[in-house]
Design a protein. Structure first.
Length: 611
């Protein structure tokens, strides 16, 4: 259906079109408004209007907007027709009065009626335009405006007289009805939003204080309530709109009352106050610590982000199973019903490139595998090196760079080396030879003393030999002794040897079953095993069994093997009278199975166990 409107009619509904555009797309668009008005003036159909609007918005919104535009145009056309129908009875009444006049006067009256009809049409359009303005202002009272230029032969008084008493009563009734509708709407809003009035009162008090302090309050744009025509009641949509506007006003008033005005009171930044030493202080005179932002490199920022990301990944994830029931065994791992979401682990950029470059990198010096020499080869190498050094000394003596060494005199070669000098004064020569011998011996002893290790170095050497690397695995041994309570010497040997060998472990003292657990390297375990099974004579000590009979003490190796890591610290003795306490003590270290194995062996062996 196509409706063609004049420019005047389009201007009358321009505000309604702008409001419809705002409700459709959420903002005002002058170009879209001009397109819609041109479509109405040209008399386009609905499909063509949608095509024109689709260049500005999407097709779905364009179809809705076209329906609204056509509805507004149809409403304007129907309202103009209804106004024309209202004025028809008045024209009929005027025509009946003119029947008693002569024919010429009748013709003149008919022409006058035609002019009145045109004037009424123009007046109706002006009335509609003035009604729209009055509705925007919100007074709700319809005022019938008069044209600015009166036609010939008519006055303002004559035009007012045209209005009958019934029409004036109808206008007053419509105005009173609209006033009553607005009062009911305001009462409903006051009943729903009592807190809004409280916030408004607080804002008014704050506004009065600000006016007393001569501080201009911030300008708040109040939303305009578009009233419905007087003939129709307020719809649910209008009530919802008014409620939202009231909530918005209450929120603005709360912000104003909560200190928004105080923050906007100062137009510029706070003044800088300095003391005599040039330090920043506040109004009360206290020193203010300013935050200094130090420049940093992007590498530091990336490193900080990397640490935060790793900390986030390493955070423990909650157990999806929740609290475990009494029927669950924590030692048996069970998979949850739903697999937990695993986060992506990203590598740093360039990581694998660096690894590849490191693998392709060549050493600065060639590396050679050391060759193991036999004893004969080591002697030969030492002999050759000493001969080279002797030849070098002989060459220096031959060139005169060094004095020739004194002959190495001994009592056995005294006569052969000195000859006639030994015969002339044998006592003096012998004393000289003995002095040389003592000097050579002293030099030898001093060299040995210089090479000898100190006490601390000897201790470190022994510790270095005893310590072993257990990163690849820890060797564990479990021994069961019948009784250690009465064997003080055995307890001393067990503890001191474990400390000297740098072994860790635990000793559980329980009547009838004492368990010794030691952890260390393979060499340490070999030495400790020899101590426990051979060096200590357990049979020499007698202990009492459960029946009170004296029996020889025994020691057995229960189990030995390799674990991933150590479970105990420095070796300690624990006296535990019951089996439950002993098992719980080892359970704290995750080694309760050692106790189960040793205690079951003691129970099965019985009192007739032999060493």
């Amino acid at each position: 259906m196509a409706l063609q409107l004049s420019r005047r009619e389009v201007d009358e509904i321009r505000s309604s079109l702008d409001r419809a555009i705002y409700r459709s797309i959420g903002k005002s668009d002058s170009s879209l408004l001009s397109t819609v008005t041109s479509c109405l003036t040209n008399g386009y159909e609905r499909r063509k209007i949608i095509d024109k609007i689709s260049s500005h918005i999407d097709s779905k919104k364009a179809s809705k907007l076209a329906d609204k535009v056509l509805a507004l145009a149809q409403e304007l056309v129907s309202s103009s027709k209804s106004q024309k129908r209202k004025h028809e009875p008045e024209r009929e009444k005027d025509s009946k009065k003119s029947r008693h006049d002569d024919k010429d006067r009748h013709d003149e009256k008919s022409r006058h009626d035609d002019r009145d009809r045109d004037r009424h049409d123009d007046r109706d359009k002006d009335k509609e335009k003035e009604r729209e303005k009055e509705k925007k202002l919100g007074n709700g009272i319809e005022v019938l405006p008069l044209p600015s230029v009166m036609p010939e032969g008519e006055t303002v008084g004559s035009k007012i007289a045209v209005l009958s008493a019934d029409r004036i009563k109808l206008m007053m009734a419509n105005a009173q009805k609209e006033i009553e509708e607005r009062k009911r709407a305001l009462v409903a809003l006051k009943g729903e939003k009592q807190n809004v009035t409280t916030a408004a009162q607080t804002a008014q008090q704050l506004k009065a204080q600000l006016q007393q302090d001569v501080i201009p309050p911030p300008s708040v744009i109040k939303p305009t309530l578009y009233s419905k025509p007087a003939a129709a009641p307020i719809s649910a949509e209008e009530l919802e709109k008014q409620r939202k506007i009231a909530e918005l006003q209450a929120r603005i008033q709360r912000k104003l009352a909560g200190g928004a005005l105080a923050s906007t009171g100062g137009a510029g930044p706070a003044p800088l106050i300095l003391d005599r030493e040039g330090r920043t202080i506040d109004i009360s005179g206290k020193r203010v610590q300013l935050t200094h932002v130090a420049p940093t490199l992007k590498a530091n920022i990336r490193a900080k982000r990397r640490e935060e990301f790793r900390a986030q990944l390493s955070a423990p994830t909650p157990d999806p199973r929740g609290e475990s029931g009494a029927w669950q065994d924590p030692r048996v791992p069970t998979k949850p019903a739903v697999r937990a979401k695993r986060a992506l682990r990203f590598h740093e950029p360039g990581k694998f490139r660096q690894l590849a470059e490191r693998l392709r990198m060549k050493p600065l010096k060639p590396t050679y595998m050391p060759v193991f020499l036999t004893k004969k080869e080591r002697k030969k190498l030492r002999r050759q090196s000493r001969r080279e050094a002797w030849k070098e000394e002989q060459e220096k003596v031959r060139l005169g760079l060094e004095a020739p060494p004194e002959p190495k005199l001994r009592i056995s070669n005294l006569m052969r080396a000195l000859g006639t000098e030994a015969v002339q004064d044998p006592t003096a020569i012998e004393a000289k030879v003995r002095e040389q011998i003592a000097k050579r011996q002293k030099t030898h002893l001093d060299a040995n003393k210089a090479r000898a290790l100190t006490k601390d170095q000897k201790r470190e050497k022994v510790d270095r030999k005893l310590r072993e690397d257990t990163t690849m695995g820890v060797h564990v041994a479990v021994y069961r002794v019948k009784d250690l309570f009465e064997c003080a010497s055995a307890k001393f040997k067990v503890e001191v040897n474990a400390q000297q060998l740098h072994m860790t472990g635990c000793v559980i003292l329980h009547r009838g079953c004492c368990v010794i657990i030691v952890e260390g390297g393979p060499k340490q375990q070999a030495k400790y095993k020899r101590l426990m099974l051979h060096r200590i004579k357990w049979e020499e000590d007698t202990v009492k069994d459960a029946e009170g009979n004296e029996v020889p003490n025994t020691c057995h190796l229960v189990w030995e093997g390799v674990t991933k890591q150590r479970a105990f610290g420095e070796i300690k003795f624990k006296v535990l009278p019951t089996e439950k306490q002993a098992r719980e003590a080892l359970q704290q270290h995750g080694a309760e199975h050692y106790w189960d194995l040793a205690y079951s062996g003691a129970v099965l062996a019985g009192p007739s166990e032999e060493p």
